[in-house]
Write a protein that binds this ligand. Structure first.
Ligand SMILES: NC(=O)c1ccc[n+]([C@@H]2O[C@H](COP(=O)([O-])OP(=O)(O)OC[C@H]3O[C@@H](n4cnc5c(N)ncnc54)[C@H](O)[C@@H]3O)[C@@H](O)[C@H]2O)c1
Length: 465
């Protein structure tokens, strides 16, 4: 029997876009995305589709096409579980912040809650799909909970990690490099796997749908993120050597990127990687390696995080040292708060770390980001618990206009690579700043020659230009 009803638990950055795409491509399947967060569901259902809670280019069009037809957003988790033949679990799996594994292991409490809820509601056989990124062998824990607390119905667990990149989610979902599905090597497991393959095959060529064991699939997602983050840390490590030796990281990246064994993507030096996944997934990998006593493996991967932390701190320290070793009371404009362009996601954004460092040095910060709200900026800083909430509000202001943010500033730090930053009237910005006016380009996106001709001092990553 083919699948007619899908439920997805978790309406976040993964659940929302992935299910919207399945609904768009499979009008014969009803897709219901559920979440405990009422405000989030209300935003997904907002009549004005530009108010959906996840900003991604093209996403509001996909939602507009399918919503109300075969795509539904709801807080009624039980009904959606009850009716679905396939249930995706797409809840958050952040780094655990307490107890054993604190600061490294993935916190699986939301996954376990989902499994228990599914078990208590399910009255017929279900296929459970791990869409969240999970430690290898989590499927056996989910299976355990389902079989011990369920009412005798049969569950098949598949792993189907999501590889979309925020900022290009719609493109990535529409035309993925690959879809990965892991299933049990039993007749029932293989049948479940075939059903999920058939859903994706509505728009993804079958040779791009890879099938593996559940364990390989789970581990592949952690590995993919570890490799991607490792490339960023590798190029960033070399950016520091460039700054000492007058080599230029952009030239080095181009020179090595033309080697087809290395490839040119993900070789852009910057203030560091952010986002909810890279750090969390590497820490998770480190934790798994340690738990098997594989200390050399753990140390190897941990270094990727250590390098990333170093890059963020190095960037912030350079601002302080360039501004004559004191930023006390100086206005510094931060352009960009999101962890990358074309998303409103700020989780683990390098901007948070840089701002915290500069606030510690008693700078006066002016933040502008085209998609991030004032409330989010303050939430991100408050979450660090480095200082009183009132202090964060007294020493950091969020602006709706980038020109106002830069007015009267000693320096500007570019922390997200938003395209619009390249189009600004930099002459007018310069005229309204204190002199010497310095730009710290943490993303290497601005035209250094143009800025220098205007009169700016420029500090970029990985070059002494
Ligand atoms: N963000 C990405 O780019 C990305 C990419 C690939 C994989 N992933 C993985 O996907 C998973 C989800 O990530 P995200 O960024 O969408 O997280 P998110 O925090 O944006 O969304 C998770 C949602 O799940 C909801 N939720 C939690 N427990 C629930 C429950 N018991 N019942 C109903 N709803 C519940 C939360 O309220 C939240 O809205 C994580 O494991 C993440 O590592 C994320």
């Amino acid at each position: 029997m083919s699948v007619k009803n899908i439920c997805c638990i978790g309406a976040g950055y993964v659940g929302g876009p992935t299910m919207a795409m399945i609904a768009k491509k499979c009008p014969h399947i009803n897709v219901t995305v559920v979440d405990l967060n009422e405000a989030r569901i209300a935003a997904w259902n907002d009549e004005d589709v530009s108010n959906i809670p996840v900003y991604e280019p093209g996403l509001s069009d996909v939602v507009a096409e399918a919503r109300g037809r075969n795509l539904f957003f709801s807080t009624d988790v039980n009904s959606a579980i009850d009716i679905a033949e396939v249930i995706f679990i797409s809840v958050n799996t952040p780094t655990k912040m307490y107890g054993a594994g604190k600061g490294q292991a993935a916190d699986l409490k939301w996954i376990e809650l989902c499994a228990r809820q599914i078990a208590s509601v399910a009255k017929n056989d279900k296929i459970i799909v791990e869409k969240s990124t999970l430690p290898v062998r989590t499927a056996s824990a989910i299976k355990d909970i389902l079989t011990h607390t369920g009412s005798g119905v049969s569950f098949q667990i598949l792993s189907n990690p999501e590889f979309l990149a925020e900022g290009t989610a719609v493109e990535d979902l529409d035309s993925p490099d690959r879809v990965l599905i892991g299933g049990d090597d039993t007749p029932e497991g293989q049948e479940a796997l075939r059903k999920l393959v058939d859903i994706y095959a509505n728009w993804v060529p079958r040779d791009r749908i890879l099938t593996t064991s559940v364990w390989s699939s789970e581990l592949s997602k952690l590995t993919a993120n570890a490799f991607l983050a490792q490339r960023v840390s590798s190029i960033n490590a070399l950016s520091e050597i460039c700054e000492k030796t007058e080599a230029n990281i952009a030239e080095v990246a181009r020179a090595i990127g033309t080697d087809s064994r290395i490839g040119s993507k993900f070789l852009k030096s910057s203030v560091g990687f952010g986002g909810s996944c890279f750090q969390k997934d590497i820490l998770n990998l480190v934790y798994i390696a340690k738990s098997y006593g594989l200390n050399e493996v753990a140390n190897y991967w941990e270094q990727v995080i250590i390098m990333n932390d170093h890059q963020k701190t190095r960037f912030a320290s350079k601002i302080v040292s360039t501004l004559y070793n004191t930023v006390n009371g100086k206005k510094i404009a931060l352009l960009g708060w999101a962890f990358k362009k074309d998303t409103n996601d700020t989780r683990e954004s390098p901007a948070i770390h840089v701002a915290d460092h500069l606030l510690f040095e008693q700078a006066n910060l002016a933040v502008y980001d085209p998609k991030v709200s004032e409330e989010q900026v303050y939430n991100d800083l408050d979450y660090l618990k480095t200082r009183e909430r009132a202090e964060n509000r007294a020493n950091l202001q969020v602006y709706l206009d980038p020109y106002e943010a830069c007015k009267g500033a000693h320096a500007i730090a570019v922390l997200t690579e938003w395209d619009e930053f390249k189009t600004y009237d930099w002459k007018s910005i310069y005229n309204n700043m204190l002199k010497p006016a310095t730009v710290f380009d943490g993303r290497n996106v601005l035209d250094i020659a143009e800025l220098k001709a205007i009169g700016f001092q420029v500090r970029s990553i990985g070059s002494t230009l």
